[in-house]
Design a protein around this ligand. Structure first.
Ligand code: FES
Ligand code: MG
Length: 570
């Protein structure tokens, strides 16, 4: 028997309740027959002029709507809070969980049978997927696409160059005027960051998980095919409702394993770890930090994209898109996983092919032998820390050096260029208090810029450790997400200037070379840290956010509450 549409619990009602549910909708000029059992599809839109990466989403939503109507559905677009990386202070990540709540409650509370999630800038993807998973009605993602490749003085540039440019200005290689020219050439079109930063990694993640149509990740925002994909997605969601194809069906343990392997092959963002853990938590799939390490072990870097490689998202599209990458690593993927178009990965990859070997290579002949995320353990990070070896200098993969400690980001900014700072290229920069609770939201400051005096000597990389994150566009020998964090009185809290720290990526070790007794002595001197926020969302955040190795979701948001709502509003 055909399942009764959820929306009919509203629009199919007789009497007072049905009157209220339908009558006010009709003020939008919707004819009566639209309410007689058509699948109602929500378009969850993160459009905002404050989120430049998603600023074209109202137009893109029109294509989604066209597709929904063509397939016999009723599209209803609704806004949720939008998160732009560039403008939101102190960090967009502070609000990822808030948006996920907004999305979850908006979907559940309304007469929706299916939902199209419009995702772009970094956090908008995990936030929407997390929220939708906790409701578990048929859901599909349309990503907004990346910008066209930036241009400066005849060469290609992207977000990763910002870090290079700012170091160049500090070391006097680049002038302010040149920086202004680069700024003018960086963002040439609508869309999100053009490198394999977090936004692109998230778009690849949803495609690898099977939550979008194949090809979704790489079509540039400015390419007409982006609209075509949006329209096809609109058509497809209506079918998904009829098939009752829900996130819980698509998101198996195997699907998560595929996403981890694909993220390794593309040299995806470190933020991927935190977001995928949080999504897995919502669907109740067991996943831990170590999975990211052992599943990406032996997966070489296939996609030659910045920040790990040379090219940009636009190039990936012309080279065959993510399906080309997935086809190259097909042997190690679970190809029988079902995806949102109702087909398996195997079926989706039949016509995929690589069109440019300089952008998408092969397992036999990769750009780098090692990619992925290495998960470190040791006394400095009992629950783990991560490093992205493909974006780091190989000679620092095994390194012992003395700590230069910064108590917080302000302390770092104040002292990093002080000529008296006793720092050299062998030092290990340690930044405390930028973890989930210590700097609510865990800002992307882990890839600390190097001291000016070392930049002037031509040094370009150093070992840097923090309990924070870094932008997916960042690079360097940067150890992130140290857990437990400083504000949870993890061992990182007691590191002092001059302590020896040993990193051994091959052995997956990160240790503070200080006697056990001394560590214990210093730790007993630590006092419990009270929540400095007495009200509002940030108070809730600090009280409930979990540590990075668990995905930094709120403890009370794990799992889902389903889509049932039994009570009426009047
Ligand atoms: Fe939005 Fe980079 S700032 S994706
Ligand atoms: Mg970012």
């Amino acid at each position: 028997m055909k399942k009764k549409l959820r929306s009919q619990e509203w629009f199919g009602k007789k009497g007072k309740d049905g009157f209220i549910y339908r009558a006010w909708m009709k003020n939008q000029g919707i004819p009566n027959d639209e309410f007689l059992g058509k699948p109602v599809i929500g378009i969850c839109n993160t459009w905002s002029e404050l989120t430049p990466c998603n600023a074209h989403f109202r137009e893109l939503a029109e294509s989604v709507k066209r597709g929904i109507i063509e397939s016999g559905g009723l599209p209803l677009e609704f806004p949720v809070m939008s998160l732009g990386e560039t403008l939101i202070k102190p960090t967009a990540m502070l609000y990822r969980n808030l948006v996920s709540m907004d999305v979850e409650e908006s979907i559940r509370a309304n007469p929706l049978d299916g939902v199209v999630l419009m995702c772009g800038c970094d956090k908008t993807t995990p936030a929407l997927v997390m929220g939708a998973c906790s409701v578990d009605i048929p859901s599909i993602v349309v990503s907004g696409g990346a910008m066209l490749t930036g241009k400066y003085e005849g060469r290609n540039i992207g977000t990763s160059d910002i870090w290079r440019f700012s170091e160049s200005v500090r070391s006097g290689i680049m002038t302010e005027e040149e920086l202004n020219l680069a700024e003018a050439g960086m963002c040439r079109s609508r869309g999100h960051c053009a490198v394999m930063g977090t936004a692109s990694s998230m778009a690849c993640m949803v495609e690898a998980l099977g939550l979008s149509l194949p090809g979704n990740a790489a079509i540039p925002a400015a390419d007409s095919n982006r609209k075509v994909l949006a329209q096809l997605t609109g058509r497809r969601i209506v079918e998904m409702v009829k098939e009752d194809l829900k996130p819980s069906t698509i998101l198996t343990r195997q699907a998560f394993e595929n996403a981890i392997k694909v993220n390794a092959a593309i040299g995806g963002s470190t933020n991927f770890v935190i977001h995928l853990l949080a999504i897995a938590g919502r669907v109740g799939i067991p996943l831990c930090m170590e999975d990211f390490d052992h599943l990406s072990d032996n997966i070489p870097l296939i996609a030659n994209l910045q920040p790990s490689g040379e090219y940009f998202m636009e190039d990936l599209y012309y080279a065959g898109g993510l399906p080309a990458v997935m086809k190259e690593i097909k042997k190690i993927l679970h190809v029988d996983c079902i995806t949102s178009n109702g087909k398996t990965i195997e079926e989706n990859l039949i016509y995929a092919k690589t069109l440019n070997k300089s952008v998408v290579s092969s397992v036999e002949n990769p750009f780098k032998k090692h990619s992925g995320i290495a998960v470190l353990k040791g006394n400095l990070c009992e629950f783990g820390a991560i490093i992205k070896p493909s974006a780091a200098d190989p000679y620092l993969m095994q390194h012992t050096g003395r700590a230069i400690v910064f108590e917080n980001i302000e302390d770092y900014k104040l002292r990093i260029d002080d000529p008296e700072l006793p720092v050299d290229e062998n030092s290990v920069l340690v930044l405390k208090n930028v973890g989930p609770k210590g700097y609510p939201g865990m800002p992307e400051v882990g890839n600390m810029g190097l001291p000016k005096k070392l930049l002037e000597k031509g040094i370009t990389d150093m070992v840097r450790i923090s309990d924070g994150r870094m932008s997916g566009t960042g690079f360097g020998t940067v150890i992130l997400h140290v857990s437990p964090e400083t504000a949870d009185n993890g061992v990182i809290a007691i590191v002092q200037d001059g302590d020896l720290i040993q990193l051994d990526v091959a052995k997956r070790q990160l240790n503070l070379l200080v006697e056990k007794e001394e560590i214990a002595r210093r730790r007993t001197a630590l006092a419990a840290i009270p929540n400095p926020f007495s009200r509002g969302y940030v108070r809730l955040f600090v009280e409930h956010v979990e540590q990075a190795h668990l995905g930094a979701d709120f403890d009370f948001l794990k799992g889902g509450s389903g889509s049932e709502v039994s009570r009426d509003s009047h």
